[in-house]
Design a protein around this ligand. Structure first.
Ligand code: BEZ
Length: 251
């Protein structure tokens, strides 16, 4: 199922997505004149950061709404709405960059094949995605509260792919990449006010779609409250993010 993005809610309450992604640009080390594809560019903030190096960047995203917002914000950068499993009419790039997008693309092998084909020889893929165990506490809490109200258990693999280091390295190698750097780390991520509830509305709406209207707020509230001891510290809610960063080269 294609995910429907709300670009305004994304920018107002979830700016942390591209703010954290800023340090991933340090892995990319973009150079003036390089041709770079930002895959899953969202509203374009990191595309613009990469463009500041003098690189020629194109941003693509599967969400038309995100791409429209990106075009409004950065009219001199080229953005396209495209599905990463079918990157048509695009040339080969010196690098493909992707922040917090690949875990939404469940057919990871098809996506990596497309990326490989769209890289020049020795081109690099620099990416960060949710890794094994990502948001496991939020999902378990949501599942417990759903079960109390008689709703079925969520299977997150229907929506997201959170691979381990081994699993993702293996996929990259199968496609032909040489994996040059991998990092897996826990990054509890500070959320806006009413953090878990807003996070669920923004990113996990799929798992609320079957909830009766009169139980919706109750379910969100109970889920958030059950996470207070684990994910609320000194006035701030956190999401239990686990990140996987990779630098892989086309050989
Ligand atoms: C993530 O960035 O890890 C993520 C964001 C939204 C939904 C699931 C995971």
């Amino acid at each position: 199922m294609a995910y429907q993005w709300n670009a305004n809610l994304y920018q107002q309450k979830h700016a942390f997505v591209y703010q954290y992604g800023s340090s991933l640009v340090d892995w990319l080390v973009p150079k003036a004149g390089e041709e770079i594809l930002d895959l899953g560019c969202g509203t374009g903030e990191l595309t613009e950061q990469i463009a500041q190096s003098g690189a020629k960047v194109i941003g693509v995203d599967q969400s038309e709404e995100m791409v429209e917002q990106a075009k409004r914000q950065y009219p001199i950068i080229t953005f396209y709405t495209q599905d990463a499993t079918q990157l048509s009419d695009l040339p080969q790039f010196d690098a493909v960059f992707s922040n917090a997008a690949l875990h939404w693309m469940k057919d990871a092998q098809a996506v990596l094949k497309q990326v490989y084909q769209h890289l020049k020889p020795a081109g690099r893929l620099v990416a960060e995605l949710g890794g094994k165990g990502n948001i496991a506490q939020i999902i378990s809490a949501l599942n417990r509260q759903r079960a109390k109200l008689g709703y079925p258990v969520i299977d997150t693999s229907e929506q997201w792919f959170f691979p381990s280091v081994g699993e993702y390295s293996n996929l990259l190698e199968l496609v032909g990449f040489e994996v040059q750097q991998v990092q897996y780390f826990h990054r509890d991520t500070a959320l806006a006010k009413d953090g878990i509830k807003v996070w669920i509305k923004m990113f996990a709406e799929r798992w609320m779609a079957d909830v009766e209207a009169d139980q919706y707020e109750e379910l969100l509230e109970a889920t958030q409250e059950s996470l207070r001891a684990a994910l609320y510290h000194e006035g701030t809610w956190y999401a239990d993010y686990k990140r996987l960063r990779i630098l892989a080269v086309k050989v």
